[in-house]
Design a protein around this ligand. Structure first.
Ligand code: DC
Length: 224
């Protein structure tokens, strides 16, 4: 069994940046599980499958070929061979991802893929998502639950979207975020909640370096 670091938390808590930096620092594989749900989200939009068509969504999730590939040092997300790394970051796809993620057949279909990506990493893997420490890898070696205030999370997400040329406002991002948090926290299957044995880290006002150092220290402590 490879060494597994689970990083869970709500949107905008800083998971992506922190998980990437931790994985680089420790030379471990990085698995962005939100990107996997986003791939199902974008394909559901393209194929006009509504969130109510639960079984069709499950079949879609089971059959999609989703891969992470590293090209020139940059991690890319590929769906059916197409590079969707940028396309899956739009607010529309985020909404679709959140909707499909609340459907049990979708979550079931994606479980094995996430476990395989973690298990197959020879030097260990950092998985970031919502239910890694609770459902995907309940036996993870290190579990971290990252949080930050809703305002701070919206500010970061707005900055990130603007940086990618996606036009939106802070107020819209905040409203969207609150709606998505509520959907993620209140869904019947695998709701967003910290594992009982997760270390909680509030990143509000904390420099990324400090958060990364803290998690790396937790990993070293577990390895010795
Ligand atoms: O982290 P993100 O914003 O890219 O995630 C996209 C959506 O997928 C979000 O609504 C939460 C959902 N998700 C999930 O339910 N479980 C995961 N392990 C990862 C993401």
């Amino acid at each position: 069994m490879s060494f597994i670091v689970a990083i869970d938390g709500p949107a905008g808590a800083g998971k992506s940046t922190v998980a990437r930096r931790v994985a680089e620092h420790l030379n471990m594989a990085l698995v962005d599980t939100g990107a996997i749900y986003r791939c199902v989200g974008i394909q559901s939009l393209r194929q006009n499958i509504s969130p109510e068509e639960t079984e069709r969504l499950g079949e879609l999730a089971a059959r999609l070929r989703i891969e992470f590939r590293r090209l020139n040092g940059v991690e890319g997300v590929f769906c059916e061979g197409e590079d969707v790394s940028t396309l899956i970051r739009t607010p529309d796809v985020a909404k679709a991802a959140s909707a499909v993620a609340s459907r049990p057949p979708v979550r079931r279909a994606l479980l094995e893929l996430q476990r395989r990506l973690g298990r197959d990493a020879p030097l260990g893997a950092v998985l970031e998502g919502r239910d890694i420490g609770t459902v995907v890898f309940p036996q993870a070696n290190v579990k971290v639950f990252l949080t930050a205030s809703a305002e701070e999370r919206a500010r970061r997400r707005h900055e990130e979207l603007s940086g990618k040329g996606i036009v939106t406002t802070y107020d819209l991002v905040l409203a969207d975020q609150i709606a998505r948090d509520s959907e993620d926290e209140n869904r019947a299957v695998a709701p967003l909640k910290p594992a009982a044995d997760a270390v909680r880290v509030d990143t509000t006002g904390l420099p990324t370096d400090a958060v990364v150092d803290r998690i790396v220290a937790l990993v070293h402590a577990r390895k010795t």
